[in-house]
Design a protein around this ligand. Sequence first.
Ligand SMILES: NC(=O)c1ccc[n+]([C@@H]2O[C@H](COP(=O)([O-])OP(=O)(O)OC[C@H]3O[C@@H](n4cnc5c(N)ncnc54)[C@H](O)[C@@H]3O)[C@@H](O)[C@H]2O)c1
Length: 240
Amino acid sequence: MANTYDLSGKCALVTGGAKGIGRATVERFVASGANVWVWDQLEVRAEQVQSEVVDVTQPDEIARALERTFPGKRIDIVVNDAGYLSVANAFESHARKDWQRIVAVNLLGTMQVTQAVLPRLIRDGGGRIINLGSLAGKEGVPGLAVYSAASGGVIAFTKALSREVIGQNILVNCIAPGPIDTDMIRGLGPDVVEKMIADSPMKRLGTAEEVAELAAWLASDAGRLNAGAVFDMSGGRARY
Ligand SMILES: NC(=O)c1ccc[n+]([C@@H]2O[C@H](COP(=O)([O-])OP(=O)(O)OC[C@H]3O[C@@H](n4cnc5c(N)ncnc54)[C@H](O)[C@@H]3O)[C@@H](O)[C@H]2O)c1
């Protein structure tokens, strides 16, 4: 595939970069010339990638990782990708510990990482923040009520934060994919996946690489007019 986005000389942090969309984003950024760091709860072994084991629900781990990863160094791009979906649950019987983890990883984790890196971005004159929300956060998906709410929170956080920091040359955007073929979606089971494919106007799941292409565009100079935007990647499923 042609490499159309130039990220050479840029330093990127990708949370959740061990697997799925995060991993594809890491590979796309490396191919585009970026120096990439991954923070994930899983250890990452990949060429040209440096990584730290970090749980984004733990502010102390984030603070320590920031010092180890970027002591005094510039951060140009932050992708908040770390996510947890669980399985489909009727909300009335969804165990509290599990749904609190969904909020802790997807919404609070995004906020915690962002709050930790923002002073660096402001100090160094700007940067790009790309948050992974979900189409579920716009439409609401039965059985995924808490995940939908956390994604809706990521979307609103993106829009509000964008307006706060745009004057400091920090561009904050959100990608809100429909079903993408990763372990997260496969974990819902074959029946749910088949229904998602049947509901898709394109009759397929998206690929992690397709989402990574959008992330690379948003991170590159080509994406410079975008701020506070939410980009659906749903194969035509999104209605607004
Ligand atoms: N796959 C989809 O259909 C889809 C659709 C919409 C949005 N998303 C969002 O995209 C992002 C990536 O999803 P994916 O499908 O690639 O998922 P995935 O399960 O394949 O990968 C998620 C990654 O996040 C990491 N992670 C989970 N909890 C963490 C924590 N507490 N601290 C650090 N790392 C943690 C995992 O180790 C893993 O590497 C998520 O935010 C998800 O909500 C995915």
